[in-house]
Write a protein that binds this ligand. Structure first.
Ligand SMILES: [Zn+2]
Length: 244
């Protein structure tokens, strides 16, 4: 099945995978595996299709390893329909989609362990878009609040905040002192959110990962190593599909 010129669904390692080929200015091909089953193939602009096939073939052992690790983390594709399990601040909620006319509503009901989307139409693309807006709105509210808790202790002040949809880059700090955070962080436990916020605030003092930088992080988050390791090993559990 071909969805567009650069994306197709193919059997890889014994299961259907979405393969997206993205030509760009890079000099060497690179494979990226995105949960639950998307293989992103970043290639030089004029790479021939048989060469691309070879890159994918050579990558199969690695792809299989990635798919196995997704399985082990219990990663499932979303349907963006009632019954999906969604993460929010480290807890799992069941999605309930209620087709309803009027302006769209998305809200969390912690007691019922539900995230409710009220909107018509309620097709998967619309539900997904509404959820993305909801998560980014939560991030825009919470992350500056969490930064405010720590910036006084570190004697720093960010120039501003940007919320992104980055899949792996949970946070970053620009040379001008602007902090960016991915809204995907909103799925993770609060202690991880705080660690990422502190990490980026410390970059306002140290624009590197030197010993001095980590000792700055350690002053606020003494067990930062545990969080760092958690993000490396568990971060991908909190996935979201790439835009179509
Ligand atoms: Zn860093």
């Amino acid at each position: 099945m071909i969805r567009n010129a650069n994306e197709q669904v193919k059997q890889l390692c014994g299961r259907p995978c979405r393969i997206r080929v993205e030509p760009g200015t890079r000099r060497r091909a690179k494979l990226e595996m995105h949960p639950p089953n998307t293989l992103r193939v970043l290639v030089p602009k004029h790479m021939k299709s048989h060469e691309i096939q070879r890159v994918i073939q050579n990558g199969e052992p690695w792809i299989e390893e990635q798919l196995r690790s997704f399985d082990a983390m219990g990663i499932r594709p979303y349907r963006f329909a009632s019954g999906d399990l969604l993460w929010y601040r480290g807890r799992q909620y069941s999605l309930e989609v209620e087709p309803q006319n009027g302006s769209p509503e998305v809200f969390c009901q912690p007691e019922a362990k539900k995230i409710i989307v009220r909107h018509a139409p309620s097709d998967p693309d619309t539900v997904r878009r509404l959820l993305e807006h909801w998560y980014s709105r939560q991030a825009r509210e919470l992350l500056p609040q969490r930064a405010a808790v720590y910036q006084g202790r570190l004697h720093v002040k960010p120039a501003g905040f940007t919320i992104t949809g980055a899949r792996k880059r949970w946070g970053s700090c620009s040379p001008k002192g602007r902090l960016s955070f991915s809204w995907l962080l909103m799925m993770m436990p609060d202690e991880i959110i705080d660690y990422v916020v502190v990490h980026e605030l410390c970059h306002l003092l140290e624009m590197n990962h030197s010993r001095k930088f980590w000792s700055c992080v350690g002053r606020i988050v003494p067990d930062w190593r545990r969080h760092y390791h958690w993000l490396q090993t568990q971060g991908r559990r909190y996935h979201w599909p790439l835009p179509q």
